[in-house]
Structures are given as C-alpha cells and as structure tokens.
Design a binder for this molecule. Structure first.
Ligand SMILES: NCCCN[C@H]1CC[C@H](N)CC1
Length: 286
C-alpha cells in the first residue's frame, strides 16, 4: 500500500489494482451490509467505495450511468414504468428521469447508508431522487421482485455492485427469473455484467442463464470506465418474449435540452455491442 493512495485490491481481479491519489478522506462508515467510504481524489473528483471497491467517481460516472440507462431505454418506444434494483447513489434515477414518457420510477436499494452518503457528498448524482415520479423502497431486490405483479414494468435496470457481498444473488438464475416475470411482453432488462477482460466465466454463466429465461433477444454490450477494474464494464441487455427489441439500433432519442449527455450517443450505443473475438466466441456461442 502506498501512503496517500487508494488501491482497489480484490480477489475478483487478482494481481492487479487500480490506484487513485487521495487528497482527503471525507467519510468512513459501516452499514448493516458493507463498509462505506468517500474520499476526495486528486484527479477524479470525489470517489464512492464499498468494501474497498470503487463504485463511482465524479469524473467518469457519466459513462456508466448513461450507458446502463440509455442502452435499454432507447431500445423501446415510450418506456413508462421503470424499476431500478440497486443504484442507491441515484445516478440511474437521474438518467431515467430524462424520458418524458416515463410515468413511474421504482427503486429498490438494500443499503440506506449508500443513499444518505450519496445525497451528502454526490448531490449531482443523487439529484435523481428529486424527481416526483420516483418511489424509493429500502430492501432486498430479490424479495421486492418476487412481490411485484407479473408484467408490471417496461424496463428493469440492475445497477449492482460485484457478486461478492450484498449483490451476490443478483447474478444468479432465480433472480433473472423474477426479473422476467416482472417485465411486460417485450420488456427489457439491463444488468451490470462485469468485465470481458476479467470475468469471462461469470459472463458465460450469466449469458447461459439469460438465454434460458429471456425468450426475446439476449445481447452483451460494453463500455469504457477508467476507474473500473480493467477500465471496462459490460451490460446484459435482454428482452422477454413479445414485441421484438433490436438493442443494437436505438428507437428513441433523448431530450438533451435540460442537461446535455456527457457520454452516451446513438453511435456509441450501436458500437457498444461490437465485441472482441475472444468475447464474441463465448457470448454468441451460448
Ligand atoms: N451505481 C454505481 C455503479 C456500481 N457498479 C460498479 C461496477 C463495477 C464494479 N467493480 C463495482 C460496482
């Protein structure tokens, strides 16, 4: 460990660790679920860390929040009812709120400390909670989805941490089945799906499970987030049986007048589904 630096050391990415220079530690706490830390970095703004893993930085959070939201929501016409599982920082809510067609935004986040810390230290991210269409549920996303009437949502976004810790069951088959049940025919789900450089085995299992459960389309997309391990993060984009969804060609554009998008655009939407051969071989073969 280098004094004055934060290094993201984890068994999920053995032998490597991205580091950020610390200017000041702003918060350290322990919730019922995980350790929570916020620090001011020298070059990435404020940083949110859960159990030693970087969740977001002010400088590059736009890449992740915009892609995980607009890849699904620009793939269906007029999304109305959207559910966010996880995403307690509020960044996905901020992006979902851009759609005038959206009438209802539910969010189910298990850890209240993440919400409170985001509101205190990341107001530009937590601004998503201010939208009147948002209903906050504090609890386990699996239990929440089991209680949802079938076919309720047009879209579900699973903005989770990694499959070690509270988010573990959000990567398992039973959870995907509850998501499919909660979606209308032709409804879409987008989940945080790790790194093709680090987690091809996890991705392989997720793709297999999704192909069995989602009888519409199943695609993997990826993007660059400098402060995530290996500098990239992926997404599973799936739709249930019903009106066809072509994830690779957006059908929606976004009203950017209020607040311009910093990362997402329709070209990068389509490009996100282009995979290197080592990943294509695994993902397309499943
Ligand atoms: N809502 C904040 C983003 C959470 N997703 C992250 C993806 C990369 C992981 N190593 C940590 C969580």
């Amino acid at each position: 460990v280098i004094p004055g630096w934060f290094s993201e050391i984890s068994s999920m990415w053995p032998g490597e660790a991205h580091s950020l220079k610390i200017e000041k530690i702003l918060f350290q706490g322990k919730s019922d679920y995980q350790n929570v830390m916020v620090f001011q970095s020298a070059t990435y703004g404020k940083v949110l860390v859960l159990d030693g893993v970087i969740q977001l930085t002010e400088r590059d959070e736009c890449a992740y929040q915009e892609m995980i939201t607009h890849l699904p929501l620009c793939s269906i016409p007029n999304p109305k009812k959207v559910l966010v599982i996880g995403g307690g920082d509020g960044g996905v809510l901020r992006e979902v709120a851009r759609y005038s067609s959206v009438e209802k935004i539910d969010i189910c986040e298990i850890d209240k400390m993440v919400i409170d810390v985001s509101k205190q230290f990341f107001p530009e991210v937590a601004i998503g909670y201010e939208d009147p269409r948002v209903t906050l549920h504090i609890g386990d996303g699996v239990a929440f989805l089991k209680a949802v009437p079938a076919g309720t949502y047009d879209a579900v976004i699973v903005d989770s941490s990694d499959p070690i810790g509270p988010a573990k069951e959000l990567f398992e088959k039973p959870f995907f089945q509850t998501v499919a049940n909660a979606l209308r025919p032709g409804g879409v789900v987008c989940t945080q799906a790790e790194s093709i450089w680090l987690h091809m085995h996890i991705i392989e299992d997720i793709v297999s499970n999704c192909r069995e459960i989602f009888k519409g389309s199943v695609n993997y997309a990826w993007t660059t987030v400098p402060t995530y391990p290996s500098g990239v993060i992926g997404f599973m984009l799936c739709s249930t049986e019903g009106p066809a969804v072509d994830f690779k060609h957006p059908v929606n554009s976004i009203d950017e007048l209020k607040r311009p998008l910093r990362f997402y655009n329709s070209e990068i939407h389509t490009a996100a589904f282009c995979l290197p051969s080592f990943a294509k071989k695994v993902i397309d073969a499943k």
